[in-house]
Design a binder for this molecule. Structure first.
Ligand code: GLA
Length: 682
């Protein structure tokens, strides 16, 4: 009798074939199968021995090995001084922990390894979370070069993989690669999540089913998809380890970051919706639940380093008048910081600019009824700073090699407890002495020489630990994850933070693509989306206030310009946009999100539930068609009727089948425009 391990969620099923002497074989990962359905035969019975092949068939398992008959990519690359490099589990025990979790205990008694894979298929989100713990049970140090968080199977009709690349000011550039018999691979070696390689992807199949995976990790990563001999593919995702970074002494363990995976018969939107549910569940909100996302005013693009307390107070007053709820004082407030060449590390108010400290400004802000937020970049130090002069050895360096600066700054070694203690004390002193409700936590450079022995992993864990300490001590403070815009957007850091700064590019046209990519993996309420100046600082392009605010509307809305300099019409329009956001945020946030394109430069996203949603339509370029496209809404129920209300217009009732198959007739929209509709099932 063959044993199977099975996990079900409402939309997904995972099935493994289990034997006591090998890693569980992947039999199924896909849309939900009925209860009780298991493979009719053991896998090997379905696979007669091919010519010139091993007599012992080694199919794809949850922990594929190396050197013992698995010829695909391994989940582990490790050795002891060149020995014990070949790996295959010799024992397996599957322990069911509650309804939805398996602990898969593997050992390799020859190579001296113990492995525990935790697999949880969450019924609330439809996300399968996998992580792997490797323990060195042999004699001598185990040098680990690679340990996948997990290995997933993809079906033979997997066709295309959607991943995201980019750079500063251009995050979430979609890349669509056709899957073939050649391998697909994306790596990030920049030491933090990076603008260049979001740690996840979405694979679509010929039948429309979509598979998604993302790594909950803010450091280096590797993901690969390889064709395997039975026509399926294997998808590996895990942390990228530098040479010598992970050397386990006897008895020591390494636990991978978690991999979040899901599958949806509804395609990429279904994958995104499952990810949104899982990400929401990872957030520790002050008070236990998300409060309405406050309208921000961020001082960066309005003021840069030009801090004048009187002008900032005026700005706060003007911001409060248009409806801003949180005033975030960005870079430039601390000792000696007048441009980007100095002072990172010296986290006390600049005595020249702020002779009385930040107290008066913070008091002014809070007296206006707004939260006060502050920008910090804790992991960084400028060589020109008191901190660096006192502790040059705290910056990451490699003896004998030059220090490589970026934006004139170096990175502190977060693996050192004294560095974390110092930063914790410095930030805690600010949080204690000022009414700070919010920290914008930045990280404005890539990691290069991460220590004489590579400490990329320790760097990430050190930052998580520092954030966790501060959150425990100041549980009411929210944190925004920023890294030169969207360089640290991932499911790992969100366990310690509450918002992502999506991009330093606030050009509304650029933002359309950036935000659509973001929403593939992350929910809208975490998406920092600001109304910037005109022309946009990052591109020089000009966009109307209505368009800028319309594009920012579905995310966590903010303003990043000098409100005082707006003309009356723009100020009134901004105030109206803020009022509109406040009225709609409860519907844009926390719901399901669908995305689509109608053609002719028109894209759309819908927020809410299938019977009550807000439709956000964006024209991104002047039309080239004589008549506007029809916008089809596949998520509606064709059997129902819907009340359709254009913003500011009168409702009409339309058959769901019409909207699903023929589509909503759009009015002519200006070259750059946003239109909002509500749709409610009758
Ligand atoms: C990064 C951030 C910006 C701003 C600057 C300050 O670029 O993404 O929003 O905070 O740093 O130096």
């Amino acid at each position: 009798m063959t044993d199977f391990a099975v996990l079900h969620s409402p939309a997904c099923t995972a099935i493994w074939e289990v034997r006591p002497d090998e890693a569980p074989l992947w039999r199924y990962w896909g849309p939900r199968l009925p209860d009780g359905v298991v493979p009719p035969t053991p896998l090997r019975d379905e696979r007669p021995e091919p010519s010139f092949s091993l007599h012992h068939d080694v199919p794809l398992s949850l922990f594929p090995g190396i050197g013992m008959g698995w010829f695909g990519a391994p989940a582990l690359a490790a050795h002891r001084g060149g020995a014990d490099w070949a790996h295959a589990a010799t024992a397996c025990r599957v322990e069911q922990v509650g309804e939805d979790t398996l602990h898969i205990h593997l050992s390799d008694d020859v190579a001296g390894l113990a492995i525990v894979i935790v697999a949880r298929l969450d019924p609330a989100s439809d996300v399968l979370t996998l992580s792997t713990t490797l323990t060195n049970r042999g004699e001598g140090v185990l040098d680990v070069g690679w340990l996948a968080s997990a290995c997933l199977p993809l079906p033979p009709d997997a066709r295309e993989v959607l991943s995201y690349t980019g750079r500063h000011n251009s995050e979430f550039v979609a890349v669509r690669d056709a899957l073939s018999r050649a391998g697909w691979r994306r790596e990030n070696r920049r030491g933090l999540t990076s603008h260049d390689a979001f740690p996840g992807a979405i694979v679509t199949c010929a039948d429309g089913t979509a598979y998604g995976a993302q790594l909950a990790w803010s450091g280096n990563h590797v993901q690969s998809i390889d064709w395997i001999d039975d026509g399926r593919r294997q998808w590996l995702l895990g942390e990228g380890l530098a040479p010598g970074e992970m050397r386990l002494s006897p008895g020591e363990s390494l636990t991978t970051p978690e991999m979040l995976a899901t599958v949806s018969a509804l395609g990429a939107d279904g994958v995104s919706q499952a990810f949104h549910r899982a990400i929401r569940a990872r957030i520790a909100w002050p008070g236990g639940a998300m409060s309405p996302r406050k309208v921000h005013l961020n001082t960066w693009e309005g003021f840069y380093f030009d801090h004048d307390p009187a002008a900032l107070q005026d700005l706060a007053t003007a911001a409060a008048q248009v409806g801003v709820e949180r005033f975030v004082l960005d870079d430039g407030w601390f000792a000696g910081r007048h441009d980007d060449t100095s002072s990172l590390g010296d986290w006390r108010p600049d005595p020249l600019t702020y002779p009385e400290g930040l107290g008066p400004l913070a008091a002014h802000v809070t007296a206006l009824g707004m939260d006060f937020g502050l920008w910090v970049e804790p992991e960084m130090v400028n060589p020109d700073s008191d901190l660096y002069r006192a502790h040059p050895d705290w910056a990451l360096h490699i003896d004998g090699r030059p220090l490589l600066t970026a934006r004139h700054q170096l990175v502190l070694d977060m693996s050192l407890p004294q560095v974390r203690d110092h930063l914790c004390d410095a930030i805690a002193a600010l949080l204690r002495s000022l009414p700070i409700a919010y920290l914008k936590w930045d990280h404005n450079r890539d990691l290069t020489h991460a220590g004489n022995r590579a400490t990329y992993r320790a760097q990430v864990l050190g930052t998580y630990a520092l954030m966790a300490r501060l959150r425990a001590a100041f549980p009411a403070v929210e944190i925004e994850s920023c890294a030169g815009g969207g360089g640290r957007i991932d499911a790992g850091i969100i366990a310690h933070t509450h918002r992502f700064w999506t991009s330093d590019c606030i050009d509304a046209i650029s933002r359309v693509g950036i935000q659509r990519g973001f929403l593939r993996f992350m929910p809208p309420e975490l998406m920092g989306s600001h109304v910037g100046a005109c022309p946009a600082h990052s591109t020089g392009r000009m966009q109307a206030m209505a368009f800028r605010s319309g594009v920012a509307l579905p995310g966590h809305f903010g303003v990043e310009l000098d409100v005082r300099g707006l003309n009356d019409a723009d100020r009134a329009e901004l105030a109206a946009a803020i009022a509109r956001y406040k009225a709609l945020r409860g519907r844009f946030h926390q719901g399901l999100v669908w995305q689509g394109a109608a053609g002719d430069g028109v894209v759309w996203q819908a927020h809410g539930s299938a019977d009550d949603l807000l439709l956000h339509v964006t024209r991104t370029a002047p039309t080239t068609w004589r008549h506007a496209p029809h916008l089809r809404l596949p998520m509606l129920d064709p059997a129902r009727r819907y009340h359709l209300t254009p913003e500011g217009g009168a409702p009409v009732t339309v058959a769901g089948s019409w909207l699903v198959h023929a589509g909503l007739a759009l009015p002519p929209l200006a070259g750059e425009a946003v239109a909002i509709y509500t749709l409610t099932a009758a």
